[in-house]
Design a protein around this ligand. Structure first.
Ligand code: ATP
Ligand code: MG
Length: 435
């Protein structure tokens, strides 16, 4: 552990000061892990770009009202998980727990819908939920979020899911399960809801406390309960499938047909309601069995009334959110993924050589060549050790004598061969190696 020292109380007494650690549930992402993150982000940008998506960047902080209205007052997120506080101006603000509500807020605020009938947006960034931290569950976590606003054609749903599966494929992820369901619409869901209320009402004393409360506020949430007994009761509850209207059924069949056309394997799960209130019709989840308890990697679905509920026109939408940390934890480790080492290490011996190294090294860097060196004046042996540890392809040895003779030694680290190069040609010689 590192300690900062401070002089306390002017008495000359030096006390070690404890380091400040990150907040519980908030974690640092260090190199080389960050390289993996960048690879995932670049793959997302490439794949989503080909499907016509553009990146949007939205604030981390929003008015609390946005999430209460967007996600739903009686969802777990809004009831228990949000980081909400009054700012100094007494306004209630919230660190975003998800991105969809913010994307739509921006979409409406900038009247994007007036300029185009179909909008495809994606965003990548941190979300905040005050849950119990554990493996795969953090208080600050990251999502890759994609939304399509405008169309309600089932092909749009199939296309979005296809893009998602293709993206996961490109990352080399196997053994994933795609589950889909339809939650119906405002026409057919009320009757289903009534049937669920009456079924659950008859079993109320067996439900957990949370679910008994949900019965009065948001009965479909019971489907999401992780308590074993509730799960057992729910497995006997009425299914939306018996209530779904003709339009919703045709829509859902269209989505499945689109998936089948591309050979995307999926499983129907008529118990999946998803944790947010805004979903209508198609909903989906991608899970990975080997992730353990936190096995959901992606959640998504259609939200045909959210734009209107947030004060906009009647514009349908569909989107998904990928949990970045859970995704990253599944990406296979392979030697090829290891970041490449620097092209060159400059080992300088003596003040004159260090001056030369300073100039040459930084000129090469400005030309895009990855060069490492330091000015600590260490022995040749320890500098070469460092070049080796960093996995540099070449090392350039600059000693006082070499400089006097206007030359340097260029060592090929992999082949353990070295040659003399003239100082005047040095930059060109190295640039040729970089090509
Ligand atoms: P869970 O059932 O695991 O709580 P959720 O239904 O709350 O998931 P969504 O709101 O659908 O999750 O978010 C989409 C994805 O974001 C999840 O599938 C998951 O991969 C990731 N995610 C959600 N909450 C967290 C968290 N606290 N820490 C890490 N990842 C998370
Ligand atoms: Mg959750």
């Amino acid at each position: 552990m590192t300690f900062y020292e401070s002089v306390k109380g002017g008495q000359g007494e030096i006390l070690p000061m404890e380091i400040i650690t990150a907040v519980r549930g908030f974690k640092d992402i260090l190199p080389p892990e960050t390289e993996k993150w960048r690879h995932v982000e670049e793959t997302a940008r490439k794949v989503f770009g080909a499907f016509g998506f553009h990146e949007i960047r939205i604030p981390l902080l929003e008015k609390t009202e946005l999430f209460c209205r967007g996600i739903g007052e009686t969802t777990d997120i809004v009831e228990k998980e949000m980081y909400t506080f009054l700012d100094r101006g007494e306004e209630s603000l919230t660190l975003r727990p998800e991105a969809t509500a913010s994307v739509i807020r921006a979409y409406l605020e900038h009247a994007v819908h007036a300029a185009e009938t179909v909008t495809r947006l994606f965003t990548i960034g941190p979300m905040f939920r005050r849950e119990r931290p554990q493996k795969g569950r953090y208080r600050q976590f990251h999502q890759i979020d994609a939304e399509i606003l405008g169309p309600d054609d089932p092909r749009t749903d199939a296309e979005l899911i296809l893009m998602l599966i293709h993206f996961l494929d490109r990352l080399g992820l196997a053994k994933l399960n795609l589950e889909i369901n339809s939650l119906g619409c405002l026409e057919c869901r009320p009757a289903f809801r009534e049937a669920v209320i009456s079924f659950l009402g008859s079993q109320a004393e067996e439900l957990c406390g949370d679910c008994r409360r949900r019965l009065g506020t948001n009965p479909l949430r019971v489907f999401d309960c992780k308590v074993e007994k509730c799960g057992e009761i729910i497995s006997r509850a009425p299914r939306l499938n018996s209530f779904i209207c003709g339009d919703c059924r045709t829509h859902f069949e269209g989505v499945q047909e689109g998936l089948r056309l591309f050979g995307v394997p999926y499983r129907l799960n008529d118990q999946m309601v998803r944790g947010l209130d805004y979903y209508t019709r198609t909903t989906f989840e991608v899970t990975a069995e080997h992730l353990g308890a936190q096995n959901a990697v992606v959640g998504g679905g259609r939200y045909d009334h959210l734009v209107r509920d947030l004060g906009g026109p009647d514009i349908p939408g569909i989107g998904f959110a990928i949990g970045f940390e859970r995704l990253i934890s599944m990406i296979p480790e392979s030697g090829e993924d290891a970041p490449q080492g620097p092209l060159l290490f400059i080992a300088a011996l003596g003040e004159k050589a260090a001056e030369r190294a300073f100039i040459l090294g930084n000129r090469l860097r400005m030309n895009g060549v990855h060069v490492e060196m330091d000015y600590a004046g260490r022995s040749l042996k320890s500098q070469m050790k460092k070049a080796d540890r960093l996995r540099c392809a070449y090392a350039l040895i600059l000693g006082e004598r070499e400089i006097q003779d206007n030359k340097a030694l260029l060592r090929n680290m992999r082949e353990s061969a070295q040659e003399e190069v003239c100082l005047d040609d040095l930059e060109n010689t190295i640039m040729t190696l970089a090509r």
